[in-house]
Ligand binder design. Sequence first.
Ligand code: ADP
Ligand code: MG
Length: 375
Amino acid sequence: MAQRLTVSDGVSKKTSRVRVAVRLRPYMSRQDEKDEGPCVRGLDSQNLEIINWRNATETVKYHFSIFYGEQTTQQEVFLSSVKPILPHILNGQNASVFAYGPTGAGKTHTMLGTAEQPGVIPRAVREVFNLVSAKDEDEGWDYSIGMSYLEIYNEKVLDLLSPNSQDLPIRENKDKNILIPGLTHTAISSFSDFDKHFIPATLNRTTASTKLNQRSSRSHAILLIKVVRTQRALPHRQQTGKLYLVDLAGSEDNRRTGNQGIRLKESGAINLSLFTLSKVVDALNSGTAARIPYRDSKLTRLLQDSLGGSAHSVMITNIAPEYRYYFDTFSALNFAAKSKLIVNKPFTRETVAVPVLPAPVKRSREEHEAVGSGA
Ligand code: ADP
Ligand code: MG
């Protein structure tokens, strides 16, 4: 086993980047006891600004490949960030979609959504069934779809389809596929079949209250949709494509939430996985790292064959506009940003209601005269 580990972990192979998008949820006054208004707002489809805490007459402007403003619908997020990668899993390739960000910023809304506003998970599962049923019989492949659902809690891998399961091991086979022996894998034949297994399992997710949040998500919830296709004729070639849909634990700084004891232990585990994930994404996107540190946490180890390499990955960083999220928003933005700029322009409230999408807003003179960088 051990010798094989020295073989390129994505070093000589071409690795694909992780697309990073940022989504700002609408301002909610019930989340803001002091009614201070938002401290962050969108500028156009790639830029947002946040007030600079060091100097309130300045804002810090961030640039992203995709920015979803508060008006962005679930459908728009799905169509632009997720739908395009789904055909690959019918061809034996892997993909992953993550929701990252502080608790309360919209990760579960983005991934799961509501009955009225379904999120990425129900839309993606429906689309996978649509893609499979649209496949031409004459191409000669049979398709089967299955699901697993697990969480990583305190660096333990727990099966959400088998409520009393113990910590499961993560293994790698000789083809460098990541496997979890003992994890429930259920064949699903339709979207309603999926829902029947998924809904009760969602309730198994571990949640606990912390000082900062009533129901803080302390674990990473990971839904795996596997598409296996088998050639009807000899030699019956078989290809497996995996899609991971991940609602990550909150990225808030747990040192500020007054966590102690078991909560503090959880905080350490959450921070380890998220910290490692950020290092992996950085290493993949800069293309400079000699070694991608997948093995440093359970989350990244599990996702090793579906993040980087030939996989298609999207990270949706969720942020909230209220002041109480300010420092968590900053750290989430710094995780997601390619560049930022300090702009010497006061953060005035009156432009807040301007729709963020779709037309890029013309830049003001002040912004062109922006000075400095790095907050
Ligand atoms: P998280 O999973 O990151 O803790 P949630 O998804 O639970 O956050 O979102 C917190 C609250 O904000 C929920 O009441 C949710 O319905 C609401 N919310 C989040 N994003 C949006 C959005 N884009 N539009 C409308 N409401 C949203
Ligand atoms: Mg949540």
